[in-house]
Design a protein around this ligand. Structure first.
Ligand SMILES: NC(=O)c1ccc[n+]([C@@H]2O[C@H](COP(=O)([O-])OP(=O)(O)OC[C@H]3O[C@@H](n4cnc5c(N)ncnc54)[C@H](O)[C@@H]3O)[C@@H](O)[C@H]2O)c1
Length: 247
């Protein structure tokens, strides 16, 4: 398929998990890929994987909590590929704890990566896209931001904040040809989920009408839809990819 032929896509947190799945799906649809992630070695290895499959890819060391590094990620994309058509704010961490135990540092760390990082990315992407008169920004929220989950007051707050950011940015940028949408995944089999206790995973599975978690590619396909012209009349929307959980 060639849904993103000739376009450049930036994916934060793209070295593994859902981010790498989105990058791979976009590349298979013709996009040139820019991966921004913390660890230069892992990010470079992911870019090499894409290149070995015949795609164009660039690895950039980027901590999304840093204004300077997010801006540099955008600069690197423009210098190498000349344009930014798609930007996915995907980088993420968890620091789960109940209110009784959660520290201010744990709260701030999660809000800084998810909410501030998505804002920095949205701002950087929109500067390039408004000049080009087109672009699609995809923000990765979570079902935790819709319903609130125990032990995740930091994560739920940040992921709900991403919904507000998405809608406000969508309204600001619509007349410039730039669309901004979000995805709320449920349980997706990545390192983030594999780190959970087995009884916690089992409790989550019991809530899912489809009876299983998602493969990262199942989120990536929805991101492809939002990144491409298939969703040309959609902006400010939040799509749930949860197997029917918490509908
Ligand atoms: N896995 C799930 O079930 C699930 C569910 C809902 C939402 N999400 C969201 O999907 C996104 C991807 O999660 P995943 O499951 O692939 O996790 P993952 O842990 O497999 O990958 C996250 C990536 O983000 C990178 N990252 C972390 N902090 C960063 C920072 N400051 N700057 C740049 N990169 C950073 C990590 O290095 C890693 O490569 C996250 O936003 C997560 O909150 C995941």
């Amino acid at each position: 398929m060639t849904l993103l032929e000739g376009r450049t896509a930036v994916v934060t947190g793209g070295a593994q998990g859902i981010g790498l799945a989105m990058a791979t799906t976009f590349a298979e649809n013709g996009a040139k890929i820019v991966l921004g992630d913390l660890d230069p070695g892992r990010t470079q290895a992911a870019a090499e994987e894409l290149k070995a499959a015949g795609h164009e890819a660039l690895a950039v060391e980027c901590d999304v909590t840093s204004e300077e590094q997010v801006n540099r990620l955008g600069d690197a994309a423009l210098e190498t590929f000349g344009r930014i058509d798609v930007w996915v704010n995907n980088a993420g961490i968890t620091r789960d704890a109940t209110l009784r135990k959660m520290t201010l540092d744990q709260f701030r760390a999660v809000v800084d990566v998810h909410l501030q990082g998505s804002w920095l990315g949205t701002r950087r992407a929109s500067l390039a896209m408004r000049e080009a008169g087109s672009g699609a920004i995809v923000n990765i929220s979570s079902i935790s931001g819709k319903v609130g989950l125990v032990g995740q007051t930091n994560y739920s707050a940040a992921k709900a904040g991403i919904v507000g950011l998405t809608k406000a940015a969508a309204k600001e940028l619509a007349h410039l040809g730039v669309r901004v949408n979000a995805i709320q995944p449920g349980l997706v089999y990545t390192d983030m989920v594999r780190a959970l206790r087995e009884d916690i995973i089992a409790a989550k599975l019991a809530e899912i009408p489809m009876g299983r978690g998602a493969e990262p590619e199942e989120v990536a396909n929805v991101a492809l839809f939002l990144a491409s012209d298939l969703s040309s009349y959609m902006t400010g929307n939040v799509l749930e990819v949860t197997g029917g959980r918490h509908i």
